[in-house]
Design a binder for this molecule. Structure first.
Ligand code: C2E
Ligand code: MG
Ligand code: MG
Ligand code: MG
Length: 281
């Protein structure tokens, strides 16, 4: 009897695992199709200068609306794309779409100074990346400095030899680099000396805890000091209320981004936001 019970539970688990593997495979195939057929969309979240409320730039964030499952979060499909080898193509699509949109705004006289694109570490394994970006900038007639690439502290961790070279080549084009989610990675500060970033983005988890956590406050002050001494623009992401904004302003943050200003929006809605807004920072 015990034997039969064991066998029963064994096959139960293996069925459940099969089901999960099947679901995953189905989602992976759907994502592959969505990338190929250009069914992903970009939303744009404004970033605003603390000092005078001017628009600093926008961050492009990928969105996937699955025909049956509905909206699927990047927190789910970006890791899936990374694990299944789709992230390279996804990154290239995002780059092109962001450049196309920036050129469109430019041609219509809508003043968006720059667009930031998130790139996974894997994208920098592609030694063609600098040439691809250079061709995009030429095709859309964009000044390189209007493109910001957001990388994370983990970008050098996998030890891929091409990564640092590729990053430096991209930088040599005049494209800007930002250290995203700063403070959450495993890296030591020495990475900052090797990566030619011009911007630090304090991770939103620190901003979230700012008002009620002395440690988060101390760390965000430290990030400001590091940024100022290295001459970097320091950005706070995930700003949700006035209290956080006030603290960040006191600490000397240059740029803020978060729901307090606007959620990530489809391009036409961002345009509406830009038109309506009175400098509220
Ligand atoms: P991230 O690059 O750090 O982007 C910021 C995330 O915080 C976005 O989540 C944004 O919607 C969210 N956010 C903005 N303001 C607030 C706020 O005030 N409060 C809170 N709670 N959240 C806020 P999203 O769009 O879900 O993206 C999550 C992550 O997925 C991104 O984090 C980025 O790491 C990744 N991701 C998104 N789009 C892309 C992409 O095109 N390529 C790659 N490689 N990664 C992407
Ligand atoms: Mg980002
Ligand atoms: Mg971030
Ligand atoms: Mg983040």
């Amino acid at each position: 009897e015990a034997k039969a019970g064991n066998r029963g539970s064994y096959s139960f688990f293996s069925n459940e695992m099969n089901l999960r593997a099947q679901e995953r495979l189905a989602l992976e195939n759907a994502l592959r199709e969505a990338i190929e057929q250009q069914q992903l969309r970009l939303h744009y979240q404004p970033q605003v200068m603390v000092e005078d409320g001017r628009l600093y730039g926008v961050e492009a964030l990928a969105r996937w609306h699955h025909p049956v499952l509905g909206e699927i979060s990047p927190a789910r499909f970006i890791p899936l794309a990374e694990e299944s080898g789709l992230i390279g193509n996804l990154g290239l699509w995002v780059l092109e779409e962001a450049c196309r949109q920036l050129a469109d705004w430019q041609s219509r006289g809508i003043a968006v100074p720059s667009v930031a694109v998130n790139l996974s570490p894997t994208s920098f394994h592609n030694v063609e990346l600098p040439d691809i970006i250079s061709a995009l900038l030429a095709r859309y007639q964009l000044e390189p400095a209007r493109l910001m690439l957001e990388i994370t502290e983990n970008v050098l961790i996998d030890g891929n030899a091409a990564t640092l070279d590729t990053i430096q080549e991209v930088h040599a084009l005049g494209v800007k680099l930002s250290m995203d989610d700063f403070g959450t990675g495993y890296s030591s500060l020495s990475y900052l000396r090797r990566l030619p970033v011009s911007e630090l983005k304090l991770d939103k988890s620190f901003v979230h805890d700012l008002a009620h956590d002395q440690t988060a406050q101390a760390l965000s002050e430290a990030v400001i000091r590091i940024g100022e001494s290295l001459n970097l623009v320091v950005v706070a992401e995930g700003v949700e209320d006035e209290k956080q904004l006030k603290l960040l302003r006191q600490q000397g943050f240059h740029v803020i981004q978060g729901f307090y200003l606007a959620k990530p929006l489809p391009a036409p809605m961002l345009e509406g936001w830009l038109q309506k807004r009175t400098a509220n920072v």
